[in-house]
Ligand binder design. Structure first.
Ligand code: NAI
Length: 331
């Protein structure tokens, strides 16, 4: 039998945490033959609620779950973890300035970067979910210099999956027949959902989404804004932000990263930019990636038209601004 992997979930008493931990314990994230030990971190005021989640995990009697650590101590939480899913953060409350929210999250991610660097298992893979996801991941990367850059990522898979979902609804085809959408840039409303390279499986092979949809007007406007604004639409409907879809996408992100992407398929991940596609080096930017042997690599050589170029640059610009805002909070 395999040795258990230790998986940290921060903000585990929150709503994404509540959807995510049972998925991990069921093997959705790391596979049905991989035992796990869950490390759950939340802040002191949420300690009792967190303990309630731990009680439910015991009650659910998951065969793969070999242990549960529930704590408000960051060091204990990070000890020997192989995977860290960072969902905890400070939410934007009504009337708060962007800078105030940024400032709170910068200090959280700076502190947690140090804890991970000192206490996590070597080669720990990190996924930041909490917003501003790209910039929290950037801070984590800069303040954990001994963790390889390629081990620190942020979640844009939810946006990627939303793009696939919209195409499948439009074409009335199964979502698993649609692939190779791309989310470029920031996990925010400036993200660019790009279907120029996406395909749909049909009886006569894979066809370009653009050809099958045959409505450039829809693809260049309503499709893009629907994906960009989907988070807000969920909040409007549920009075709460997306949780089950965020949790499921976080599992997809880690699963594909660890176990590999299927042949001929790429996914979107927020990763350290190496300058590919002219995106400023060092930003955490969402790119199309393939994964093999536990490592992602950016898909190279895709043709970028003028329309795409402008949108890719606009979302990069926002990330540069967020980065300088984050740094202004450090001083
Ligand atoms: P939530 O408010 O229900 O849960 C957040 C949890 O984090 C709370 O239990 C809180 O006590 C905890 N927390 C706060 N500071 C912490 C710290 N320093 N250490 C550990 N835990 C801490 O929020 P929800 O709905 O679970 O969302 C979590 C985050 O994920 C938010 O920032 C949200 O904006 C983001 N999000 C990102 C998505 C993505 O696609 N990247 C999609 C959906 C949400």
């Amino acid at each position: 039998a395999k040795n258990p992997m230790r998986v940290l979930v921060t903000g585990a008493a929150g709503q994404i945490g509540y959807a995510l931990v049972p998925m991990i314990a069921r093997g959705v994230m790391l596979g049905p033959d991989q035992p796990v030990i869950l490390h759950m971190l939340d802040i002191e005021p949420a300690a009792e609620a967190l303990n309630g989640v731990k009680m439910e995990l015991v009650d659910a009697a998951f065969p793969l779950l070999k242990g549960v650590v529930a704590t408000s101590d960051v060091v204990e939480a990070c000890k020997d973890v192989n995977i860290a899913v960072m969902v905890g953060g400070f939410p934007r409350k009504e009337g708060m300035e962007r800078k105030d929210v940024m400032s709170k999250n910068v200090s959280i991610y700076k502190a947690q970067a140090s804890a991970l660097e000192k206490h996590a298992a070597p080669n720990c893979k990190v996924l930041v979910v909490a917003n501003p996801a790209n910039t929290n991941a950037l801070i984590l990367k800069e303040f954990a210099p001994s963790i390889p850059e390629k081990n620190i990522t942020c979640l844009t898979r939810l946006d990627h999956n939303r793009a696939l979902g919209q195409i499948s609804e439009r074409l009335k085809v199964h979502v698993s027949d649609v692939k190779n959408a791309i989310i470029w840039g920031n996990h925010s409303s400036t993200q660019y959902p790009d279907v120029n390279h996406a395909t749909v499986a049909s009886n006569s092979g894979e066809k370009p989404v653009r050809e099958i949809v045959a409505d450039d007007n829809w693809l260049n406007s309503e499709f893009i804004t629907t994906v960009q604004q989907r988070g807000a639409a969920i909040i409007k409907a549920r009075k709460l932000s997306s949780a089950l879809s965020a949790a499921s996408s976080a599992c997809d992100h880690i699963r594909d990263w660890v176990l590999g992407t299927p042949k001929g398929t790429w996914v979107s991940m927020g990763v350290h930019s190496d300058g590919s596609y002219g995106i400023q080096k060092g930003l955490i930017y969402s790119f199309p990636v393939t994964c093999e042997n536990g490592e992602w690599s950016i898909v190279q050589g895709l043709k970028i038209d003028e329309f795409s170029r402008a949108k890719m640059d606009a979302t990069a610009k926002e990330l540069v601004e967020e980065k300088s805002l984050a740094y202004s909070c450090l001083n």
